[in-house]
Design a protein around this ligand. Structure first.
Ligand SMILES: [Zn+2]
Length: 450
């Protein structure tokens, strides 16, 4: 039976799929699904820990919280405080709970061990400072900073945090947490307190964005406009955005950086096919290069870690990626999504489509604009599927929704086959059409807790 967290996890278990997931609306750009490994979110209970006073803190608090914050919450890996004690104890605990779940999922995705990022002394705990949004300075809206000591984010209000993977405050916390992990791996745990790190912004921001479940560019029209601007010389290709000075945040470029990072890890003929664990391997290698005194540590580490499988496993250099960015992204964005069609009784009520393998959710497709009353079009991220396998395809109808509970019916499984040649998810075996008829499919009713 589907539970809501399972539905959310559909997007996450495929670490790099850009998932639609949410509802019936659209082929619009709603593809910024979470990459987050869903650790059975709970709405009751907090992570283990204890309330502490400021003087009991094991580590220096992040600047903004020093001297203004008297009560904190310490969990296994974190100490959470808020500026001027603006957050309630409940908020501190909730932030720690989200931080612990986020850390665990990031570690699992990137294969990062505890001793690389928090050590064994307790003094390396990660500080979290919850900051009151201040319209008189630049800290407005959802903004945050991650550095070696920990992170600061705008989020002191009651109820800001939840384990809902699409909760934007929680996504922000995970994003900053990726930066903390990155800096600690590159520079080690012992020296320094902050460790500024602002080189190769496209990679650090793109990976943080991707891992946090924030927006990744997948809208073909927008990507085309971006690529055209690069060709015209009015935008810089993402892999050439190396320093803060290179970065001009016009039109939210982080999602384009995330696209560039996404390509590195997409395992198909359309992607470079590196394991996601190489995301952290680059930081380890970068740390070595910095110790070694390489003149361009990032470029050196990059070419030692990444390959481009489309070029038969040859090393990929940052320069190559910048040079070929437009042509590779053109194909990547064009070929990533494949159309399908669901037809039959009740097809017009289908709200979501899921592709599963042996009971494991691989990815969520997205519904496109409604067709006629007896069929609907959808699309799935073909690059996530192996053309040699058969998959179970489910179609889900949200029958009603009230008070945090959804009544759903799902149809399936129907067999689906990925074909790169036909650029399609085929319903009737290799060579078959792309129409999935649910008229005679098994129907299962389920109640989904919100
Ligand atoms: Zn960032």
């Amino acid at each position: 039976m589907f539970k809501k967290n399972v539905l959310l996890a559909l997007c996450s278990s495929v670490a790099l799929a850009a998932c639609g997931g949410g509802g019936s609306d659209s082929s619009s750009d709603k593809s910024d699904g979470p990459l987050y490994e869903d650790e059975t979110p709970t709405t009751t209970g907090y992570t283990d820990g204890q309330l502490i006073t400021a003087s009991e803190a094991l580590r220096a608090r992040v600047d903004e919280c020093i001297d203004t914050s008297n009560v904190g919450f310490r969990s296994t890996h974190f100490e959470v405080f808020s500026i001027d004690d603006a957050s309630t104890n409940e908020d501190l605990k909730a932030a720690a709970t989200v931080a612990e779940a986020g850390l665990k999922s990031i570690q699992e995705m990137l294969v990062v061990h505890d001793d690389e990022i928090v050590g064994t002394q307790g003094k390396e705990l990660i500080s979290v400072c919850l900051r009151t949004e201040d319209p008189n300075n630049s800290f407005t809206g959802h903004s945050g900073t991650g550095f070696k000591d920990g992170l600061v984010i705008n989020a002191p209000r009651a109820g800001d945090f939840s384990l809902d993977l699409e909760n934007s405050t929680s996504q922000l916390l995970r994003h900053e947490l990726v930066h903390v992990i990155q800096i600690r791996i590159v520079y080690g745990l012992e020296a320094g307190t902050h460790g500024g790190f602002d080189t190769d912004k496209w990679y650090s921001e793109g990976l943080a964005q991707l891992i946090a479940g924030q927006e990744v560019s997948t809208n073909a029209t927008e990507i085309d406009a971006y690529l055209a601007a690069i060709t015209a010389g009015t935008e810089t290709a993402a892999p050439a955005i190396r320093t803060h000075q290179d970065h001009v945040d016009s039109n939210g470029r982080y999602r384009d950086y995330a696209l560039a990072v996404h390509y590195l890890f997409t395992p198909s003929k359309y992607g470079a096919n590196n394991p996601l664990s190489d995301g952290a391997e680059l930081w380890r290698k970068l740390g070595e290069e910095i110790d070694f005194g390489a003149t361009d540590p990032f470029a050196s580490a990059f070419s030692k870690v990444f390959v481009n499988d489309r070029q038969k496993l040859t090393p990929l250099t940052q320069q190559q990626y910048s040079t070929n960015f437009v042509s590779w992204m053109t194909e990547f964005r064009t070929d990533a999504w494949a159309d399908g069609n669901v037809t039959g009784t009740n097809a017009q009520n289908v709200d979501m489509v899921f592709v599963m393998e042996e009971g494991v959710e691989l990815l969520a497709g997205r519904m496109k604009a409604d067709g006629d009353v007896s069929s609907q079009n959808f699309e799935v991220l073909l690059t996530r599927l192996d053309p040699s396998k058969a998959y179970d395809v489910y179609f889900l109808d949200v029958v009603s929704e009230s008070g945090g509970t959804m009544e759903v019916e799902y149809y399936g499984p129907l067999k689906g086959y990925a074909s790169y040649e036909a650029h399609a998810l085929q319903a009737n075996g290799p060579g078959g059409g792309t129409t999935f008829d649910i008229t005679n499919a098994k129907v299962t009713k389920a109640t989904v807790e919100d």
